[in-house]
Design a protein around this ligand. Structure first.
Ligand SMILES: [Zn+2]
Length: 210
């Protein structure tokens, strides 16, 4: 597909008012399709924590995630947050739960001018209701690391080793959110940092896998 056609398709997806899976007049992905996606087999486990992915292998959707993060399509945080809301409510139907995202490196935030993943996660918590507490202070960057994009698998792993730190322990369970899992190394480092502090990570929730 040419770049021009890809852009047209992205724009169509942004303004569409039907579900990409079932065709119902609704969001990009409707509530009931998100529920069934979360019921289908888990993507896998990282350090014994189940990882749930909110989309199936939709190439165009991955494009949207990149546009959201690096292309300046900040409006996408609205549908993305709505998807996360459904995921969070399904993962914790009754209990209070702490929610945080995989921290973005400080220099990446500087480059982008804002932190789209944090904004999306925070908005999802606000929309999901009082029992979902956005608690980014429980997982922070432990050292300055370089931007992941140009690194290969091994370089990413080394870059992320002990990249995060969980400064406090909470009695509540946590859900860790990210927009996309590529190698899984940043999610894995996040879980490890939380576990080392004695924080219980109930699940990870991501929009897509690449
Ligand atoms: Zn649907």
């Amino acid at each position: 597909m040419s770049l021009f056609n890809q852009l047209i398709e992205l724009q169509n997806l942004l303004i569409q008012n039907y579900c990409s899976y079932c065709g119902k007049i609704d969001e990009i992905i409707c509530d009931s399709c998100i529920k069934s996606l979360l019921k289908s087999p888990k993507v896998g486990f990282i350090n014994n924590v189940p990882v749930y992915c909110l989309t199936e292998n939709v190439e165009i959707f991955k494009q949207l995630i990149i546009e959201h993060k690096d292309g300046g399509y900040h409006k996408l945080s609205i549908p993305f947050a709505k998807m996360l809301v459904q995921g969070l409510k399904t993962l914790s139907p009754k209990k209070q739960i702490n929610v945080l995202n995989v921290p973005t490196a400080a220099n990446t935030i500087k480059k982008r001018g804002l932190d789209p993943v944090a904004i999306m996660t925070k908005n999802a918590c606000i929309q999901a209701g009082k029992r979902f507490m956005y608690t980014p202070e429980f997982l922070i960057n432990a050292k300055s690391r370089i931007d992941q994009a140009q690194l290969n698998f091994e370089e990413r792993r080394l870059n992320l080793q002990e990249a995060f730190n969980s400064p406090e322990k909470s009695s509540k369970n946590f859900v860790i959110v990210d927009d996309v899992i590529t190698t899984g190394s940043s999610m894995s480092s996040s879980i490890l940092a939380m576990q080392e502090r004695g924080n219980h990570v109930k699940a990870c929730l991501v929009l897509a896998l690449t």
